[in-house]
Design a protein around this ligand. Structure first.
Ligand code: SF4
Length: 65
């Protein structure tokens, strides 16, 4: 079973911490002030876990395939 990183944009408060930690995976929509997943394979699992850990509203999670 594999897993893919997912981001709940409704809950995101736009702090950009995830983008700073893992810019290959997370991008930022300037106009909306929200982050999004631009490439789920753009970073290491460790970087993604760190982003999950630092996200103040815990809106980054794994989606099981
Ligand atoms: S760390 Fe969380 S709240 Fe901050 S931009 Fe990323 S997804 Fe949004």
């Amino acid at each position: 079973m594999s897993k893919t990183v997912t981001l709940n944009e409704d809950d995101c408060i736009g702090c950009q911490a995830c983008v700073d930690i893992c810019p290959g995976v997370f991008g930022f929509i300037e106009g909306e002030g929200k982050a999004l997943v631009i490439n789920p394979d753009g970073g290491t699992e460790e970087e993604i876990l760190e982003a999950m850990d630092i996200c103040p509203v815990s809106c980054i999670s794994w989606e099981e395939d």
